[in-house]
Design a protein around this ligand. Sequence first.
Ligand SMILES: [Zn+2]
Length: 416
Amino acid sequence: MVSRTKNRISFSKPIRTLVAQRAGYRCSFPDCDRLTVGPGIDRTKSACIGIAAHIYSAAPKGPRGYGGLTDSEIRSPENAIWLCPDHAALIDKNDGNEYPPEKLQIFKIMHENRISLELRGLDSEPKWVKEVRVISSPLFVNNIKIDLARLTFIVGLNQSGKTALCEWIAAGVYPHYLERWSSLPKGRDRVSIEVEYHYYGLHTVAVSFMRKDRPEYYLDSDPTRIPTAPVKIIFPQNMRIVRYDEEPSDIDLIARLMNLHTYEIQSLVEELRQMDSGYFTETYTKESEGHVMLFVKEEGSRSSDAVLFRMLGDSTCARFLMELGILAAKRFSTLYPTILILDSDFWRLDLHWANRYVELLASPEIGFQTIITVGPGRVEFDDIKWIGWNVFRLHGTPPSVTVRKGFHTTESTSTD
Ligand SMILES: [Zn+2]
């Protein structure tokens, strides 16, 4: 007992206050929202019943362990979640097994995002995609479950079904992502998936593309014929899918790659110009022979001239589409559960971008979720541990690929 008390790392008072304020002094546990501050016993005092609970434990043998964190990380505000006394007790029951750190991070992020919206006078209902279930498919074993954090990595070798999984998730909202799966031989199972999301309550959209010639949709088990889920998915496609001569205008080309309207792209490009953390220092359009051409200039580029969008290298182009995707997802997420999908293997994207965007993705104003696919051993996870992430690894070969959840990626990479 003595040594454990000695090893316990507590939050300082300023940190507890900071965490409480960021939570609006309300419990962060889903659907609790209990107020934790109010009038005290005498007229000159206030009372606070909230608790800054540890996400990773305060003691090495505590409920959720140290998670390999340093002492200063353990006592940092990132490691605290504001809870009412009942929920602070609940999360520590059964050695904290039901509430792993990753789950608590998601609770905290959803709550802070809600408070941030409320602070700006916006609708603060939680809007979040909770889980994706692959009921059956030609590639995976049946009944796979993927719970989405703010950032979810899908890790797997080529041909293990990463891109397919992204397409199926997107198909919950946009049926055309199932096109590639329509040509399977008759009688073979195609795809059946379910997407569960928070939007004024918990709902499930299901798409079943089995032996019929078109996908069938269901909302909360009722057939709807067309997709009706109020979920937005931004899934930028590789430049190579479009022949340049098909789309002479750059803005139209980007609209097609992003599955967004030309007007939306124009306004996103304008916004990108003002983005502080952006990689592009200059973007402008020029009309030539009736076509709108887009010119961009990369940060640190030696040439004084901006480059025509379609002349950019693959990874620069991917980065440009990603920045547009972030801006688009940010806009949609104040109204809808929103997922940004970055199928980065497809692009051979340099994954060091992640560190650069951590601050942005970690800010409570960001309400959208991101899914990133990567090849094994290609991500440095250490700097992004606080933004709330899950990792799923694909193992085996089609048609019996399995999915395994891993959290502590640096350790599990070496044991995989
Ligand atoms: Zn509570």
